[in-house]
Design a binder for this molecule. Sequence first.
Ligand code: TTP
Ligand code: MG
Length: 367
Amino acid sequence: MPASSLKINALERRITFHADMDSFFASVEVRERPELKGLPVVVGSDPKGGPGRGVVSTCSYEARKYGIHSAMPISQAYRLCPDAVFLPVNMKLYAGVSAKVMEILRGFADRFQQVSVDEAYLVPGPEIRNFEEAALYALRIKDEVQEQEGITCSIGVGPNKLIAKIASGFQKPDGLIVVRPEDARKFLFPLPVSKIPGIGEKTADKLKSMGLSRVEELANCDVQLLSEKFGKMALRMKQLANGLDFGEVREKESVKSISRHGTFAEDTSDPVKITESLSMLAESVHSSLLKNRFLFKTVILTVRFEDFSTYTRSKTIPIWTSDFFVIKRTAIQLLSEFLGRQKFRLVGIGVTKLRKRGEKQSLITDF
Ligand code: TTP
Ligand code: MG
């Protein structure tokens, strides 16, 4: 297969959306106090009338006109616009709105991946067949967020995560940019290399010293030359510059482990009683695994003796499984070193290194 058709196939893989709330913390504050609409609003540490320490979390687009931005010292923000409305961070409020927004976005997705408090990737179901339908779908998503949560967001639609992400930031606030596969390179090429996620200030400086400032220059650069400076990352950088990103949109598991503990009614050193308890705990862990459709790789045993000294041991197995007997057998193996010592007060079993059943592991890691 010629290289060019390979590229096009890769670009056409999946219609991907990236949604990012506009000036998130500030927008939530304005929603709560409509009288602040249209004003420069800065959320962050207290400027204390000038000398305050700490930084800006975010600010409204009106405040950005004064040059204020996230991570700027609050004292500097105060100098730039002393008349702005300065508000403290109310994380509890934003976390609540974030959860609701994510729920709305999830409702539009076949596959969903939240990446921060205010942004997520989503892949719609097969009913969205082309980029025209995707554009209308994105408008519906924006309307729904606005209607239900009273804030605006920007959405980028593209053939992969990379392009969707860059597109969502392209025309903020309240933006919608759709980049078709055939336009991906045209869209990316004029941008500075720092627009590529993963290329921070340091990398951008290094690239600049090689004469590579724009994405187009990086895309056409000799990969050999690039790998002299960046090693294994070179190929990935060149792929991204060419609009190629094979990263899957996938749910990041919020559940990191499943475990169950039991305290004996009376401290015991009876191996039969201890093994029976482990077996019951293994059953409970197993049923939770099945309910949540998880596979695991590591089993953890916790033992607490009568003097409250507590030990954990773990064993990682070479395959992903949800097998009950693997949990039980591994826990009993781990138990053997503790038998015949003091009396047991508590035992526990956990499984960790979880992943959803049926989910393929992406071969290329996120940059
Ligand atoms: P962002 O999405 O990066 O920024 P934003 O939503 O405020 O503005 P934009 O319209 O450009 O997307 O971050 C989301 C929230 O995370 C932001 O509202 C506040 C918080 N945050 C910080 O607290 N400190 C920071 O340095 C950044 C970048 C964000
Ligand atoms: Mg945002």
